[in-house]
Design a protein around this ligand. Sequence first.
Ligand SMILES: Nc1ncnc2c1ncn2[C@@H]1O[C@H](COP(=O)(O)OP(=O)(O)OP(=O)(O)O)[C@@H](O)[C@H]1O
Ligand SMILES: [Mg+2]
Length: 381
Amino acid sequence: MADSPPVPGIVGAGQLARMTYQAGISLGLTVRLLAGSPDESAARIARDVVVGAPTSAPDLAAFVAGCDVLTFDHELVDAGHLAALERAGHCLRPGADTVALAQNKRRQRVELSEHGFPVPPFRVPADLATIERFAAEHGWPVVLKAVQGGYDGRGVWVVNDAATAAALVRDLPGGAGNLLVEAWVPIEREVAALVARRPGGQTASYPVVETVQVDGICHEVLAPAPIEPGLTAEAQRLGLAIAEAIGVTGILAVELFVAGGRLLVNELATRPHNSGHYSIEGCVTSQFENHLRAVLDWPLGDPSLVVPAVATVNVLGRSTFDPRVFLPQALEVPGVHVHLYDKPARAGRKLGHVTATGHDPAEARARARRAADLLAAEGGA
Ligand SMILES: Nc1ncnc2c1ncn2[C@@H]1O[C@H](COP(=O)(O)OP(=O)(O)OP(=O)(O)O)[C@@H](O)[C@H]1O
Ligand SMILES: [Mg+2]
């Protein structure tokens, strides 16, 4: 037994790092953070914070020197620098190549389809003409996606005609070479499969959830997903098979579309994910604790639900209004768990979430919504 516990280091200090840090507290761990600024959500509460850029080789090297294992709360890192750290003998979980895959939507489509996983029809466009040919085959609209750097719907464009596609290709740095084109899928529901995986291959598979997206932003997460048992089993099978195929360590979130009664893989995240926040109160072991346990190569905890129904509703900024103004009112809603990330408010920004557990899915969802609406409502709901 080592004299002191291992030190996990997280690149990034947003709300995911903040909630992972919180899980580390119960395990007696001090989680080290590389923050872009001391004002970031997790940097405001953590004890061991290094301020530096996740894209700078010297900053990463200085940070990792004080960590036993390096993990991530976002993908906006330089994959080449990560590979160099790995070659120098540092322990990265997930590994540099897995992070490189997670940050590149084009690589995800190509490699997942090569493995035989179901993905929407797509093409890697060399130029505008490829996009037009793809649209001629599959019909407008098509979906154009920035290969790297998108989140919360930024970097995803549903394009109805050739003129709009041309304008986008013209205005985007790197043009068509930085885009992926895919068929617009008539989505019936979006669901997510979450898996924790240890280096040796032990896995824990979370219940499949529904993610309710509006304009590319996740608004609500409902567990368990109200889909047929056959689809749930298939989503879990896909989650586990993809985790194995890409050799992930830590949490893997697989975002899936349900369309025409089938599942299609949308994208992967190799870190704790918004679709798993419900697990803090809803499961025996939260995604954040299991992420730490997985990257430290410790036994994974039980991911099962502890109640029949869980709903999480995100607190999305509508302006610069601070959600804490109506916190006392939100806390009047019975049985809700409020999580606020202490981030400056901005329209469309995820500022927190509310989780409600219960016996009835609609009732739990209504309570979580009521509290989240109060928090986000400028001037009262
Ligand atoms: N091919 C498609 N057809 C129809 N809708 C799509 C398609 N691709 C994406 N969408 C919609 O856009 C949303 C955002 O897409 P995607 O998950 O690729 O982008 P993102 O901005 O990187 O998201 P995240 O915040 O999850 O990282 C999806 O959740 C879905 O609602
Ligand atoms: Mg997504």
